[in-house]
Design a protein around this ligand. Structure first.
Ligand SMILES: [Zn+2]
Length: 195
């Protein structure tokens, strides 16, 4: 280091590079069974942004602050965001961990889902969609643990795989030109405070 120079200190580490973790699609009508890899439910708040030019599709993006004025999106216009939970799960016949999204009602089906002191890893979970709507309400039940939890896949870095999911959603949206204007980082930088 040349004399008189100071190292950069105090910056948070970058997100780890992770592979894509596919969401598991819970369809209506029957119970879907899988094994939980996460220790706890990973929860975030989401804002839905309806299609506005130049975007032809609506987008769902994470809330970045409880306070209006600090989040990238205007809470007075959009509301405080809606809660959404994620669990990494192992699905029989699928070689990689997947992400199971939990609605607030599903996450309230068992107090252990929100108990920070309770380890969910290894439990079998069953979920069911209650309405035809792809995002509709769900029911969940927590069953016993599998016999050999040591043989389960590792839990992925939830923060990294969930954030990647929302970025990928924008990239993969076909006619959605969101990525062409800089993707998630552009929106977070620019915000919509003036609206
Ligand atoms: Zn927000």
């Amino acid at each position: 280091m040349p004399p008189g120079r100071q190292p950069r200190i105090g910056e948070p580490p970058p997100l780890p590079r992770v592979g894509r973790c596919d969401p598991y699609r819970v369809t209506v009508g029957h119970w879907h069974r899988m094994t939980i890899l996460s220790h706890h439910v990973f929860s975030i708040h989401l804002h839905y942004i309806p299609p506005t030019p130049p975007f032809t599709k609506g987008r769902t993006q994470p809330c970045t602050s409880k306070k209006d004025g600090e989040c990238w999106c205007n809470h007075k216009k959009r509301g405080p965001g809606r809660w959404h939970g994620w669990l990494a799960v192992q699905v029989e016949g699928y070689p990689k961990p997947r992400l199971l999204g939990l609605t607030p009602a599903a996450a309230r089906c068992d107090l252990r889902f929100s108990d920070a002191g309770y380890d969910l890893r290894g439990h079998v979970i069953e979920v069911k969609r209650l309405t035809e709507y792809f995002n509709g309400e769900m029911e969940a039940r927590l069953l016993d643990r599998v016999e050999n939890p040591g043989a389960l896949m590792r839990e992925p870095c939830m923060w990294a795989v969930v954030m990647r999911l929302y970025e990928a959603g924008d990239r993969d949206a076909g006619d959605n030109p969101f990525h062409k204007v800089g993707g998630i980082s552009q929106v977070f930088r620019t915000g919509e405070k003036g609206q």
